[in-house]
Design a protein around this ligand. Structure first.
Ligand code: ATP
Ligand code: MG
Length: 175
């Protein structure tokens, strides 16, 4: 069977749901027997999804690769170490791209908007990606050239968030 052209999806905007929507797509793809690579930028802390995906990757069925390429908060003046970590994440994406059906680059839009990764490098990656690879880029502040290359762009709108009513981040809902 000839493989369909892979799509590029962007989940961006200030509202909640960018990463969780990508995780929903991961479940869909795995259910179809597809192979998934999930690379997280910026984030360093354990989350429900990181524990779940790490455990699944450890079972070593070959269906999932999970990696974290962040060290947490990055200020307005990122260090060379911050940049190197993000660049290594993109290098990993390049090296895995041919072996997977779906790749999620979680918070890569934030890495670009903080100046850790040149948007041109991500544009280059998208332009040269394997034909059949489905790619999801998440995070607020997606640069315009990346959005122009994408097939589907969803901007989450922040209508209301519990955080502003003083409700702290909730395990299972927020992380
Ligand atoms: P999620 O991981 O819940 O899908 P997200 O990927 O859309 O959220 P991020 O910008 O990655 O959003 O932020 C992750 C964390 O910040 C989550 O705990 C999320 O609930 C919280 N968050 C997202 N949007 C807002 C908001 N508008 N105000 C306050 N907290 C938010
Ligand atoms: Mg997110």
């Amino acid at each position: 069977m000839v493989k369909a052209r892979g799509l590029v999806l962007v989940n961006t905007g200030p509202g909640k749901g960018k990463t969780t929507a990508a995780l929903g797509t991961v479940i869909r793809a795995l259910g179809h027997g597809q192979k998934v690579a999930f690379i997280q930028f910026i984030k360093s802390q354990e989350t429900g999804e990181s524990q779940f995906l790490e455990n699944l990757a450890r079972e070593n069925t070959g269906c999932l690769h999970y990696a974290r390429h962040g060290k947490g908060f990055v200020g307005k003046n990122p260090t060379q170490a911050d940049r190197t970590l993000a660049e290594d994440g993109l290098e990993l994406a390049v090296s895995l791209a041919f072996d997977y059906d779906l790749m999620v680059l979680d918070e890569i839009n934030v890495a670009m908007s903080l100046g850790l990764l040149e948007p041109e490098r991500v544009v280059g990656f998208i332009s040269n990606k394997p034909l059949g690879l489905n790619l999801i880029l998440t995070g607020r502040g997606c640069p315009q050239p990346v959005m122009e290359l994408a097939d589907t762009v969803t901007e989450m709108r922040d209508v209301k968030h519990a955080y502003r009513a003083g409700i702290p981040a909730c395990p299972g809902i927020d992380f």
